[in-house]
Design a protein around this ligand. Structure first.
Ligand code: HPA
Length: 264
């Protein structure tokens, strides 16, 4: 391992006292959720020995640690994308760090594009399956993997009912980026059975699975993917919709954490 994860985990634990809680990775434009935490402490990534730095606008690069209804929470604001040139080891580093901190449950969030008219921008989608559509290893047809944590899926579904926040379920497809997809790529993803497309989350879900940590992904649908509508899409549109949806998102995540709290 080129990163000394134990050293990083020791540092985070010594600064915050965090151990054995729930971890949340906050995607683009979703970072405000940390305002819901009691007694927050902030650890900038640059303060952690050898921790890498993210570079994308809208991702600030810090852990915010606090309590939600007395449940210890660590949030990662800012993630490492494969398209930034980070290797998979770096992309999944936060998941490995969470494991060293005793985390058993992780919520991984992102902003994603919808490939279906039936899922408009502003929708929240629990990831019930995913596919690696990067073609970075081979050119074979991507397989849909559906073994996400059923326990956590139930926690999100219960949260959606109790908070009266509408929730869809669907297949998230990882496209490599950094540019948005072409309309032809979006059509390919739809024909494959995908519902949403984004540039993250799949490596993190795979790492959690390998480490035996229960993980669930939740997408905020910020736009129709390229070619669904007859207009270009922009990063601003993604950030604006994430902003517009953030109250529902916060309610859904909050109630999901409470439900996970019953499993701890
Ligand atoms: N494609 C890929 N990633 C995204 C999109 C999209 O349409 N929207 C937000 N993240």
């Amino acid at each position: 391992m080129k990163h000394s994860i134990l050293e990083m985990a020791d540092y985070v634990e010594s600064c915050s006292g965090f151990i054995n809680g729930v971890a949340i990775v906050l995607g683009s434009g979703l970072g405000d959720f940390t305002e819901q935490l009691d007694n927050p402490s902030v650890i900038p990534y640059h303060a952690i020995p050898n921790y890498p730095q993210p570079t994308v606008e809208g991702h600030s690069g810090e852990f915010v640690i606090g309590n939600y209804n007395n449940i210890p929470i660590i949030t990662a604001k800012g993630r490492f994308h494969y398209y930034e040139g980070h290797d998979i080891e770096t992309v999944t580093l936060p998941i490995h760090l969470f494991q060293k901190l005793g985390v058993k449950y992780i919520i991984i969030t992102n902003a994603a594009g919808s490939v279906r008219m039936s899922m408009p921008p502003g929708s929240l989608m629990a990831i019930s399956g995913y596919a690696d559509c990067t073609f970075r290893k081979n050119l074979m047809t991507p397989q849909i993997v559906s073994d996400v944590s059923s326990k956590l899926l139930v926690c999100v579904e219960k949260a959606s009912k109790s908070e009266k926040v509408k929730l869809k379920k669907g297949i998230y497809c990882w496209s490599q980026g950094p540019g948005y997809e072409t309309p032809a790529e979006v059509e390919y993803i739809r024909n494959l059975g995908g519902d949403a497309v984004g540039m993250s989350t799949v490596p993190e879900l795979q790492a959690a699975e390998q480490l035996g940590i229960e993980a669930i992904g939740i997408s905020t649908i910020t736009n129709y993917a390229a070619g669904i509508l007859d207009q270009p899409l922009t990063h601003n549109e993604v950030i604006e919709t994430a902003n517009r949806t953030k109250d529902d998102f916060a309610k859904l995540i909050g109630a999901t954490i409470e439900n996970i709290g019953e499993l701890l």
